[in-house]
Ligand binder design. Structure first.
Ligand SMILES: *Cc1c(COP(=O)(O)O)cnc(C)c1O
Length: 547
């Protein structure tokens, strides 16, 4: 049977067909669909070209702001998309793409996502989601259980309770962090006597009523930039996020944290929240959460844990202990779209106390009526997709032991990579992997010797000079490697205590893809050695300085 060809005219009939008739299997879109369902990775390998086109060249294909007046055939448009867009997208699912937290997805996700999109449920209210609402509440319960491990009675009582919430689904860690701090802010500045609370009176009046000179958020210097965004949105300003120094393991210095709390209290500035990071974005380290919880208790402030990336580690019985103390947090952020292999758009924020959300409750006449089970009354976002279904399915299909295996293997692999970096004479490991994230750089052996000597002799001028050149070389190698398109690591700039806190440019690796093999890791180092030789500027200078 053949499907009638779309007519490239916006007629009644053609518009009706767009909503009712599927593409024929032999059409371009039909073929793509078949290829994708047969093997997504083959499709991506075939269609994403490792082009060296600069973004500014690619931009030339996306310069017109005109809305088309002429409809296109679906097939014609598909060719356009494949050529101009898909070909120049990034192969995040490639096993040699080890630079970011975005990685491959399990094969079952693709048909499930199609179903999710097709159902087009809107979780803002029961009227547009029905069974999806209890499903999402159940998934929030599972994630809450992962962190807080309350007993069955607790979950029976709270799971479907309309006026309370164990957490909220969000588009990602950023919105999850904003939501957590929003709850903390509104709880701190709640209604009191004649004062109607910050929700109605605003920040200025609330601070006056409570007599605070200001509000601040305390987090280690490795905290994620979404906290600055949160402070901005919540009206306390980005400068109110105070970065506390870290120790040599990139963990917050609790003595300095406690000292800062006391200083602020003396000045009548209220600590809105202490934020612990469980898996920093740059180095993958976990703050001492128990000690932080003690300090938060002592100063009576909200304790939030940003476990956007590292939270999934709780699924591993072997490594769960690394996050000990997280169960004392008032709120926790976890991104299912990072280490839980769910597509983007799957963040959650969880609340220890199910009544915490009362302070951000919003109602409207036509939806979100008081006492309804509408999830929209306790979330920052309005319309939201049925993403909870993908988390639900993944938790069932992979199950906790499956996730444990994925997480344990990723950590083992990171330790292996650290090992071969340590044993390679021309590389320097900068941060040891605590989870599956590490940083390192290329440093020729002779340079290593001179650098070490400069450190011993406290010769900060030579050290500085070498580190600057090494930074340029790292940047050069990273860019070249990205352009060549065989593999990808990211880069960042971090303070390194062995270099007197000097900021150093490093390669950053996240071993998220289960298909990344030891061979690939060895190849990546070999490729970087070759690329270093191509640097006609920095490598000779470095070697000259070290001869
Ligand atoms: C990724 C990340 C975030 C932000 O999450 P998005 O999903 O990108 O919004 C926040 N905090 C940490 C520690 C992260 O790793």
């Amino acid at each position: 049977m053949t499907t009638p060809k779309r007519t490239a005219q916006a007629t009644n009939e053609s518009l009706h067909r767009i909503f009712t008739v599927a593409e024929a299997p032999d059409s371009t879109l039909g073929r793509i669909e078949q290829e994708i369902s047969h093997s997504l990775s083959d499709f991506l390998n075939n269609y994403i070209v490792a082009s060296k086109n600069a973004l500014s060249d690619i931009e030339q294909d996306f310069v017109s702001a005109r809305i088309p007046e002429q409809p296109e055939f679906v097939s014609d448009h598909m060719h356009h998309l494949l050529d101009k867009l898909v070909a120049h997208s990034v192969h995040t699912a490639s096993p040699s793409f080890i630079g970011h937290m975005t990685s491959a997805l399990p094969a079952f996700i693709l048909p499930l996502s199609k179903l999710m999109v097709g159902l087009n449920q809107n979780l803002v209210k029961v009227e547009t989601s029905k069974a999806f609402t209890p499903l999402e509440r159940q998934v929030l319960g599972m994630m809450h259980n992962l962190v807080y491990q309350e007993n069955d009675d607790f979950y029976q009582q709270w799971l479907h309770n309309p006026n309370n919430s164990l957490g909220a689904f969000c588009s990602g860690g950023t919105v999850a962090n904003i939501t957590a701090l929003w709850v903390a802010r509104n709880k701190l500045l709640k209604a009191d006597g004649n004062f109607p609370g910050i929700t109605r009176a605003g920040l200025f009046n609330a601070l006056q009523h409570y007599g605070y000179q200001g509000l601040v958020i305390l987090v280690s210097e490795r905290g994620h930039y979404s906290l600055q965004k949160s402070a901005d949105v919540l009206g306390i300003g980005q400068d109110s996020v105070i970065a506390i120094p870290t120790d040599e393991y990139n963990k917050i210095d609790c003595q300095k944290l406690a000292h800062k709390c006391q200083q602020l209290t003396d000045k009548n500035i209220k600590v809105l929240a202490i934020v612990g990071v469980a898996g920093t974005t740059e180095t993958g380290n976990i703050d001492p959460l128990n000690k932080m919880a003690d300090i938060a208790e002592q100063y009576q402030c909200h304790f939030h844990v940003d476990a956007a990336w590292g939270g999934a580690t709780l699924l591993s019985n072997k490594h769960r202990y690394l996050l000990n103390g997280i169960e004392r947090a008032d709120s926790v952020t976890i991104d299912a779209h990072k280490q839980m292999y769910v597509p983007m758009g799957a963040g959650v924020v969880l609340f220890k106390d199910p009544s915490a959300v009362a302070d951000i409750e919003h109602h409207a006449e036509y939806i979100l009526r008081k006492g309804s089970k509408d999830l929209g009354s306790h979330s920052l976002e309005g319309s939201r997709s049925g993403m909870a279904m993908l988390v639900y399915a993944s938790l069932h299909i992979i199950s906790r032991p499956g996730y444990e295996m994925l997480i344990n293997r990723a950590i083992t692999k990171a330790k292996y990579f650290a090992d071969i970096i340590n044993h390679h004479e021309n590389f320097e490991l900068i941060t040891e992997p605590e989870l599956c994230l590490l940083t390192y750089r290329y440093v020729p052996k002779t340079v290593q010797t001179v650098l070490a000597k400069a450190c011993v002799n406290r010769d900060s001028k030579t050290r500085n000079e070498l580190n600057l050149l090494l930074g340029q070389l790292t940047k050069f190698i990273q860019k070249r490697q990205r352009e060549d398109g065989r593999s990808f690591v990211s880069r960042t700039r971090i303070e390194v205590s062995r270099y007197g806190g000097e900021k150093v440019i490093v390669f950053r690796v996240v071993l998220a893809n289960p298909l990344t093999s030891k061979v690939i890791l060895n190849d990546i180092l070999a490729e970087q050695c070759l690329l270093a030789q191509e640097s006609e500027l920095y490598l000779p200078q470095l070697l000259a300085l070290s001869s």
